[in-house]
Design a protein around this ligand. Structure first.
Ligand SMILES: Cc1cc2nc3c(=O)[nH]c(=O)nc-3n(C[C@H](O)[C@H](O)[C@H](O)COP(=O)(O)OP(=O)(O)OC[C@H]3O[C@@H](n4cnc5c(N)ncnc54)[C@H](O)[C@@H]3O)c2cc1C
Length: 412
């Protein structure tokens, strides 16, 4: 390895970067992971309530269709809870219930969209919102579809190309329950456990600002001005933040364009603790979908550790609430839970708010979304840079290692 600081430098210690590093270390390579924040996990993070109970304030739900993450939970002995789903699902305000605003109605619109070829010229340049406006469905069904898209993608339907939604759905739609499990402590514990295996080969508080490709090596310049060299660099950060890294020489135009085609989602996650799951007394599941406020959704995440609801505000709603501040957000969540679940919902024993809107090192959540209506090949270009193998656990990081791969060098 002479002359290099590492065989491979991995930029970013989210699940993508940590897993890449883990695989490379197993392959016998010397790896250095550089992470901008003072913690690992990226968009998976945990916060503690006043009584010390930790909970995931970023990524939380996992399912059997995520074999790599499931393998990590087994490897590090994390206990999984099944997401409690028994009981009635509430549409709020209840005047919206039974007015064609159910999941089934939005699912029908989604299925109709998905029958269109993403490259069909009739939808070229159309946003999901523009396409939706042309459909003949009842307003409640359209609102339901819009709520689903904005809740999942955390951007306005007026920004997301329809072809992107269709293409993405065709490739990734799940037949299972994506809310199947969560870790009883936190899934963030798996990131910490992976990080522990790296020891000194992980540096926190070390943002990479510049990457310089020269003959036979790649060097990165950190925020402190340190220059580190390696045979290869893996960028395991979301496209929006990846596109802020300066490259010398410039990235090839198609690659730079593919990185610039994305916007980050806007999402606020609120965790609300209670003494007991009082909603079961009324036969409710704790799951609530608001229809008067698109992008607002609540779900039960109670486990043996704690009784809690999680509330997500996603898309334009999150951007609006973020501008109004934490006091507003807390009051709004409390008021709406009481309206939906009854007076007992006022007896909150703990409340955490994690605002991911404009997050410095991830851009936001849950992930980035292509908003360039013409950027058909952007995702394929980025994926083509990914090494083979199951390295992208949550699949939203960008791994560009192939760009830096050099002939005649030892490679993973
Ligand atoms: C509120 C919220 C809820 C979510 N819920 C779920 C869920 O229930 N289930 C699910 O599967 N997914 C969920 N997700 C998505 C999931 O968390 C992400 O898809 C996943 O964590 C992405 O991992 P990653 O490693 O690719 O990217 P990230 O987690 O974004 O990691 C990238 C890392 O790179 C670092 N970094 C960025 N720029 C630099 C730089 N220049 N130099 C050095 N380091 C840098 C960042 O600090 C970060 O640590 C959620 C996300 C959010 C925000």
């Amino acid at each position: 390895m002479s002359g290099y600081d590492a065989d491979v430098i991995v930029v970013g210690a989210g699940f993508t970067g940590l897993s890449a590093a883990d695989a490379l270390v197993l392959a016998g390579l010397d790896v250095l992971v550089l992470e901008a924040r003072d913690r690992v996990g990226g968009r998976v993070e945990a916060m503690a309530f006043a009584d010390g109970v930790a909970i995931d304030t970023g990524g939380q739900f996992i399912c059997d269709e995520m074999p790599n993450v499931m393998a990590l939970t087994r490897r590090f002995g994390l206990r999984l809870a099944e997401t409690p789903l028994e009981g009635a699902f509430l549409v709020q305000p209840q005047s919206f219930a039974g007015t064609g605003s159910s999941f089934a109605e939005s699912g029908r619109i989604r299925a109709r969209a998905n029958r269109i070829d993403p490259r069909d010229p009739s939808i070229a340049g159309l946003t999901a919102g523009e396409w939706l406006a042309r459909q003949n469905d009842p307003p409640g069904a359209k609102a339901s579809y819009q709520a689903m898209v904005e809740g999942l993608w955390c951007r306005s339907v007026g920004e997301i190309p329809l072809w992107y939604l269709i293409d993405n759905d065709r490739r990734t739609i799940s037949n299972g329950n994506e809310l199947q499990y969560f870790a009883e402590g936190s899934i963030h514990a798996a990131a910490e456990a992976l990080a522990a295996t790296l020891g000194q080969r992980l540096r926190l508080g070390t943002p990479v600002l510049r990457i310089t490709r020269a003959d036979g090596s790649v060097s990165v310049t950190t925020g402190a001005g340190e220059v580190l060299t390696a045979r290869q660099v893996i960028i395991a950060v979301p496209p929006v933040v990846a596109s802020r890294i300066v490259h010398e020489p410039d990235l090839p135009k198609p690659l730079a364009g593919a990185l610039a085609a994305w916007k980050s989602g806007t999402v606020i996650k609120v965790l609300v603790r209670y003494e007991r799951p009082f909603w079961h007394d009324r036969g409710l599941s704790g799951m609530v979908m608001w229809r008067d406020t698109l992008g607002l959704f609540a779900c039960d995440v109670s486990s043996a550790h704690a009784t809690a609801l999680v509330v997500f505000a996603g898309g334009p709603l999150a951007a609006e609430w973020s501008a109004k501040g934490r006091t507003f957000i807390e009051a709004e969540i409390r008021r709406r839970l009481v309206e939906a679940l009854g007076e007992a919902a006022a007896d909150v024993t703990g409340l955490l708010i994690r605002n991911w809107v404009g997050d410095l090192w991830s851009g936001g959540g849950y992930s980035d979304v292509i908003t360039d209506l013409q950027a058909y090949g952007a995702e394929d270009i980025l994926r083509a840079g990914a090494p083979a193998g199951p390295l992208c656990l949550f699949g939203t990081g960008v791994v560009l290692s192939r760009l830096y791969r050099r002939r005649n060098h030892r490679r993973p």
